[in-house]
Design a protein. Structure first.
Length: 134
């Protein structure tokens, strides 16, 4: 009378393994947040752009001003003053971000440009508009 159905332990182990992997895998997509301008008009620019990225993505991350073609496709004029923009990646474990600065004062109340973000698995063009208050 021991006519019970046999359970397959390997099937259950497989299902449990998939569930654990699904729960423990972090999101692997690099995201670029909204710009927070920390300076004012007629001051050297300081702005912060938060990043959400894995350690591997941050290790291979590069950020720079977009190409003339990227500006053209975005419908923006590439002003010579934009070459003064400096992009620096701050690889802080708690709050990774792009630090955007200039050495000299910014005299225009609005800066609009395209930046290129590259990492090991991809590339992103991002149109950015900065508004500087007096």
């Amino acid at each position: 009378m021991k006519n019970r159905k046999r359970r397959h332990p390997s099937l259950w182990l497989g299902i449990m393994g998939v569930c654990l992997l699904t729960i423990s895998l972090p999101a692997a997509a690099l995201t670029v947040g909204d710009v927070e301008v920390k300076s004012k008009l007629n001051e050297p620019l300081k702005a912060v752009i938060p990043l959400t990225a894995s350690d591997a993505e941050l290790a291979k991350l590069e950020v720079k001003l977009g190409s003339a073609d990227a500006f053209r496709r975005a419908g923006l004029e590439m002003d010579k003053s934009l070459y003064a923009l400096k992009f620096r990646i701050i690889r802080d474990a708690k709050a990774p971000h792009i630090l955007l600065t200039t050495e000299h004062s910014v005299r225009e109340p609005m800066l609009e440009f395209v930046m290129t973000v590259r990492w090991a698995r991809g590339r992103m063009l991002r149109q950015v508009a900065l508004f500087l208050s007096p």
